[in-house]
Design a protein around this ligand. Structure first.
Ligand code: SF4
Length: 436
């Protein structure tokens, strides 16, 4: 029989919620314990009225987390109450398993009884929130098109925390696009853990590539061609194909850039990561885009040091970095994420080796990116005005290829307006251009 330890902070309302939860848990067969070191579940009902109470919760979370690691117990650490809303990110970073930002006893009970059943139930009833333009940059908007992920990459925690992929209906996405355009959005970024597998979970739904065509057509009908730009994140190499590459290149509204994480240049490591593609396939897929433009900008994610990566395997990653020529790369050394498949399988890694490789990779990529950017001087591109630059004498812009370009602030321009620009020089790793 499972037990639970509960700590309550704050007002009478919190006390009432805690008492009600304790009763319901006991009716479900859970036993309350005062011994947190041996608890299966630790629940903290939090309060954010006083800084002191918040500080106590933070230190308790650290203590409970350290204890469960020391005791090697699979204790669930659960947060409810006001801090679940006010300090969600901090608590997540401290290693809390589940935060219930809205008090819902049934959800908490379901989660404690069976996490998998809870996630399934939660996802089956998943409702996408409305999207809004960015508060500080109202020409930008982010639009989630799917939630969760089915890929189970071994190092990743997302499928465990967010559950299986749920796609938003394409009809709803199109309504959202229209609404965002009415609200002033000029650049809409479609979001999903793996946007390329969009729609596969809904019978008779269109594919991601078809969704791009539909959005492009909607933009064309609503405001006219090339007045709104579409970007998307994140793509998965296993689902990226020639049709999608053609759509990216041919559709006027779609940014000419892709973020395609390759993670490792070694096929052994890719297999252990459960990435479901190999190096050769990745290179082939990149060629679909590079056939259109040999400088088609690609950014990526890389993890070094996974599964006792050998020196040779690491060199393969370095070689792939050179061969593809990424303008941007998010580089990481492997670190365990509690709850992931790799964590459960105790995948081996050497932190020191990982740090050394990461340092080398960062230096290597910095030089490579600079060389690639240098080649852009003298070229032309469409840019969108994004912000005033820190120096206050330039506008910060993004090209359609997602390159950061500064242009002189000679007159007042509107954020979100699109211009043609010529790149004239590169200063301190940043491209400088002139509006034509
Ligand atoms: S790394 Fe990305 S694709 Fe892989 S499981 Fe995590 S979210 Fe899904």
């Amino acid at each position: 029989m499972k037990n639970f330890y509960l700590e309550n902070y704050g007002c009478q309302m919190n006390k009432a919620d805690s008492n009600s939860l304790i009763n319901s848990l006991m009716q479900e067969g859970f036993i309350q314990t005062e011994d947190y070191q041996n608890a299966d579940n630790i629940i903290i009902n939090t309060c954010s009225v006083r800084a002191h109470a918040e500080e106590r919760v933070f230190s308790k979370v650290k203590l409970f987390n350290a204890e469960r690691k020391k005791n090697k117990k699979n204790t669930k650490l659960i947060i409810m109450g006001c801090m679940a809303q006010t300090s969600k990110n901090i608590l997540e970073n401290l290693g809390v398993d589940k935060i219930f930002d809205v008090y819902n006893e049934t959800n908490i009970l379901d989660y404690m009884k069976d996490e998998e059943v809870f996630i399934k139930k939660f996802n089956d009833n998943y409702i996408f929130n409305k999207s809004y333009v960015d508060k500080d940059k109202p020409h930008k908007a982010f639009l989630p098109i799917s939630h969760g992920c089915n890929n189970w990459c071994s190092y990743c925690i997302v499928p465990h925390t967010r559950g299986k992929m749920v796609s938003r209906k394409s009809s709803e996405i199109i309504e959202e696009v229209k609404r965002l355009i009415e609200s002033g959005a000029k650049e809409i970024t479609l979001l999903g853990q793996n946007v390329n597998s969009y729609g596969l979970d809904i019978e008779n739904e269109i594919s991601f590539t078809d969704l791009l065509y539909l959005i492009d057509k909607t933009i064309d009908k609503t405001v006219g061609n090339n007045k709104i730009w579409i970007r998307f994140l994140t793509s998965h190499p296993k689902d990226f194909d020639k049709d999608l590459a053609d759509a990216i290149w041919n559709l006027r509204s779609v940014g000419k850039h892709i973020h395609l994480p390759f993670q490792s240049g070694s096929n052994r490591i890719l297999k252990l990561m459960n990435r479901k593609y190999d190096k050769e396939e990745y290179i082939k897929k990149i060629s679909y885009l590079r056939e259109y433009a040999d400088d088609f900008p690609i950014s990526t994610d890389i993890i070094v040091g996974y599964a006792d990566e050998t020196e040779e395997e690491y060199k393969e990653t370095l070689d792939l970095l050179k061969e593809i020529g990424f303008e941007d790369a998010y580089l990481y050394k492997y670190s365990e994420r509690e709850g992931s498949i790799a964590y459960k399988k105790k995948v081996k890694y050497d932190e020191k080796v990982g740090s050394e490789r990461l340092r080398e990779l960062v230096d290597f990529q910095r030089v490579l990116a600079q060389k690639l950017l240098n080649k852009q001087v003298g070229k032309r591109s469409e840019i969108m005005i994004d912000d005033t630059a820190k120096d206050n004498i330039h506008y910060q812009c993004r090209s359609k290829e997602n390159r950061l370009i500064l242009v002189k602030k000679e007159k007042e321009l509107n954020m979100g307006d699109i211009y043609d620009c010529e790149i004239t020089e590169i200063k301190n790793h940043t491209l400088i251009g002139e509006i034509i």
